[in-house]
Design a binder for this molecule. Structure first.
Ligand code: CP
Length: 330
């Protein structure tokens, strides 16, 4: 992929094929994804259960640098780092020297001088995390918390983790991803992860203007008729309209969009009776999903949020654990 930061190399694996940065689900393999999900199981704490805290990252410093807004991703990375006993630093971008013109690289280099071991970064530019992975000191790991419309790999894996906890045989499932696929880093990362986990029936559902032309290359099937696409689905993943990434108006009106692509209870009943209803958040009720469906018995939206903690603990501990092994072996 060509990005504003250059060509897309895949520096997330070291010479032994182990995770050293976590940048994209594209370029990972099934073994690594399954190891992340299995490791996440060991960290999992139910919403109403006892919290598991472990000393794996004691003495390590994790910096959250979010150049775009976030509620779930930033806070669950922070909770995850705390549960791994790391020291956590949250850069307040709005009040940082970025507003005085400091470049991304200078900001990161200055934080690196404070002995940061891992940067968890969200950035509006596709490729920003890959770029940094090629610039930081060899012992430092970059975790991509969302870059432009390119990738959001930890979201994709927490979604796979959530699906697997309810329906372990992902390869046998029919999974629909619905809405603004064109601008969605989540959808792109989900398709790569689900394909690697063996899923053969991935349906990308939305209006012509919000489906990329290259869907076939991703290994998914295009649908415009939402009602028809729901037949036989085991999982329905709804996406937000990402108006901040739409240059021109790609939709007639919000009410028409909801009529054609909004997930209502009538539509939920067209999928399998035990279908999971998912959404990465933030949800826009009455735009892509009805409030009673978001809060209904088939919704696992808040489970996704909690599962994000375990999956992010797994990613961070694996990246920095592999770094420690590399250092020990010289
Ligand atoms: N799902 C997700 O990325 O949510 P936030 O933007 O709140 O982090």
């Amino acid at each position: 992929m060509q990005t504003p930061f250059g060509t897309d190399l895949n520096p997330q694996l070291n010479a032994s094929g182990e995770l050293q940065h976590f940048l994209d689900t594209d370029g990972l393999n099934r073994d690594i994804i399954e190891r992340i999900l299995d490791t996440a199981e060991t960290f999992f704490s139910p919403v109403d259960g006892k919290i598991k805290k472990v000393p794996l990252l004691r003495g390590k410093t994790v910096a959250n640098v979010f150049f775009e807004a976030s509620t779930r991703t930033r806070t669950t990375f922070e909770v995850a780092a705390n549960r791994l006993s790391a020291d956590v630093l949250n850069l307040d971008i709005g009040n940082s020297a970025t507003s005085k013109g400091e470049s991304l690289l200078d900001t990161i280099r200055n934080l690196q001088a404070m002995q940061v071991d891992m940067f968890v970064m969200r950035h509006a530019e596709s490729g920003a995390a890959h770029f940094l992975a090629q610039q930081v000191e060899p012992h430092v790991s970059i975790v991509n918390a969302g870059d432009g419309r390119h990738a959001h790999p930890s979201q994709a894996l927490l979604d796979a983790f959530t699906i697997r906890r309810h329906k372990p045989d992902i390869a046998s499932l029919s999974i629909g991803i619905v809405g603004d696929i064109l601008h969605s880093r989540v959808a792109r990362s989900q398709v790569h992860a689900l394909r690697l986990l063996g899923c053969r029936d991935i349906r990308l559902i939305g209006p012509q203007t919000l489906l990329p032309k290259s869907i076939g290359e991703l290994g998914a099937t295009r649908y415009h008729d939402f009602d028809r696409a729901l037949e036989g689905l085991d999982v329905v993943i709804m996406l937000r309209l990402q108006r901040e990434r739409m240059g021109t108006s790609l939709l007639p009106s919000q009410s028409e969009y909801f009529r054609e692509y909004g997930l209502t209870q009538r539509r939920v009943d067209l999928a399998k009776p035990d279908a999971l209803i998912m959404h990465p958040g933030p949800t826009n009720r009455g735009v892509e999903i009805a409030a009673d469906v978001a809060d209904g018995p088939q919704s696992v939206i808040l489970e996704q949020v909690n599962n994000g903690i375990a999956v992010r603990m797994a990613v961070m501990s694996m990246c920095l654990g592999n770094r420690q092994k590399e250092a020990a072996h010289g």
